[in-house]
Design a protein around this ligand. Sequence first.
Ligand SMILES: Nc1ncnc2c1ncn2[C@@H]1O[C@H](COP(=O)(O)OP(=O)(O)OP(=O)(O)O)[C@@H](O)[C@H]1O
Ligand SMILES: [Mg+2]
Length: 172
Amino acid sequence: MPVVFTCEKADLLEVKTRSERETMSLGESLGRVAKAGTVVGLRGELGSGKTRFVQGMARGLGIPEREAVTSPTFSLIHEYVGGRLPLYHIDLYRMKEGELDPELGLDEYLEGQGVCALEWAEKIEGFLPEDRMDVTLSIEGPKSRRIVLRALGPMHREVLERLKGKEALSSA
Ligand SMILES: Nc1ncnc2c1ncn2[C@@H]1O[C@H](COP(=O)(O)OP(=O)(O)OP(=O)(O)O)[C@@H](O)[C@H]1O
Ligand SMILES: [Mg+2]
């Protein structure tokens, strides 16, 4: 069970995890309460746990592990199907800052009815939807991570409220 810090602000949740399993569980809880159109922008240095978090989200959406598929068109985007909602896992690590290729068709994913999780979201900062969830991970020790979820906009505030609900987090 990750340590959850109580936040007075409705749009924030701060969590400390002590293993990759706990980080995945937090992602799993978010996957369980995600809605069509949820956009999660992940920030954090190499090895901070962004991919682990997204793997948890896939589990929470009920995506079977063997169903993980790589988008045939764009290698930056992996589509996971077979769950409650499709998950678009977008890893912008190799993309040069400020050089978004319009042919990627990212807006179709960002405005679609699936769930988007973007690693290195800051690389397309100005392109991100205003209503989204920012998840910032920081390394505090070999196995501990500080994870701050911030809801920007009414839709993601609702998702965060559901995540904060006892039922969602108690199984994390
Ligand atoms: N509390 C923790 N949460 C998440 N990962 C952890 C934790 N403790 C240790 N780890 C380790 O940190 C690494 C996180 O790797 P992961 O690929 O998720 O990072 P990332 O942020 O996606 O990195 P990259 O920027 O390279 O994509 C894994 O090797 C994992 O085992
Ligand atoms: Mg990664």
